[in-house]
Design a protein around this ligand. Structure first.
Ligand SMILES: Cc1cc2nc3c(=O)[nH]c(=O)nc-3n(C[C@H](O)[C@H](O)[C@H](O)COP(=O)(O)OP(=O)(O)OC[C@H]3O[C@@H](n4cnc5c(N)ncnc54)[C@H](O)[C@@H]3O)c2cc1C
Length: 240
């Protein structure tokens, strides 16, 4: 691998493994009334199925949305991972180790579409476009600081210092990688907090970079569970 830093303005999210479909919600819910027959009921009446999922979502009967699993590979700056791992319930994580491997020089620099200027009160921030000069400053300041930090990291490694010690100089703009596994219910809770959406009954104001991850996860999930996703949106993006 090259020691020359790479600068990225986007995140990577790949759905690597899944067992998740709308029927998983249906058979779990219908055990209430159909007992062991609930599996046979699946697929009998599509309109009724849509109605049942919508009812469960609206009345926040959450547990039928837990009988499924999605594993995502995520590559994003450490600042995103710090926020992501606050989501404790219904999520499993494994992240690359800065103790066991040499960290690669891949760093986050915001793209031109990233709004740079914060206005308004805490918790109700609005972000507006930065000027060309501000974008230039951000790019130059970040790239310069990243290069300097990575050079110091390399210098320590070359002098025989342990990776777990030398990594202290690396910034939160460094990219890391993880696998994150969740179910539809825990994903909906995450999406309700980490996306900003006009259809949301309860607005949230997430950092743009974690929202970029959330949007890619939502797109993958919507393909797997279209009825569940539609019900989530129709009911104001409130997790059941
Ligand atoms: C816009 C935004 C700004 C934020 N700003 C900050 C900040 O400034 N500082 C900061 O530290 N964090 C901040 N956070 C993180 C936030 O406080 C939560 O830690 C994070 O959103 C995860 O939410 P959660 O606890 O609901 O999720 P999970 O940990 O996945 O929990 C899911 C649900 O399980 C239940 N639950 C989980 N654990 C417990 C428990 N111990 N006791 C009772 N019920 C529990 C709750 O109902 C919870 O909603 C921010 C989050 C957002 C979205």
């Amino acid at each position: 691998m090259s020691d020359e830093p790479r600068f990225l303005n986007d995140v990577t999210v790949e759905l690597v493994k899944h067992s998740a479909s709308d029927t998983d919600v249906l058979w779990a819910a219908r055990v209430s009334t159909a007992g062991e027959q609930s599996l046979e009921e699946v697929g009998k009446d599509p309109e009724r199925s849509k109605g049942l999922i919508n009812y469960l979502m609206r009345d926040r009967h959450g547990s039928p949305f837990e009988h499924n699993s999605m594993t995502f590979f995520v590559s994003a700056p450490i600042l995103v991972f710090r926020e992501f791992m606050r989501h404790r319930v219904g999520w499993s994580y494994n992240e690359e180790s800065g103790r066991y491997r040499e960290l690669q020089p891949v760093f986050y620099v915001p793209g031109h579409e990233r709004k740079l200027v914060q206005e308004g009160k805490p918790g109700r921030y609005v972000f507006v476009d930065g000027s060309p000069e501000q974008h230039k400053l951000v790019t130059e300041a970040m790239e310069g600081a990243y290069r300097q930090a990575y050079a110091a990291y390399q210098e320590m490694l070359e002098a025989g210092v342990a990776r777990e010690v030398a990594r202290a100089v690396l910034p939160v703009g460094l990219f890391s990688t993880m696998y994150a596994t969740c179910n539809a219910r825990s994903l909906m809770h995450f999406l309700s907090l980490r996306t900003k959406n006009e259809q949301a009954k309860v607005p949230s104001f997430p950092q743009r970079e974690i929202e970029m991850v959330a949007e890619k996860m939502e797109a993958a999930w919507a393909e797997l569970m279209p009825l569940t996703h539609a019900a989530f949106v129709a009911n104001g993006r409130v997790a059941p």
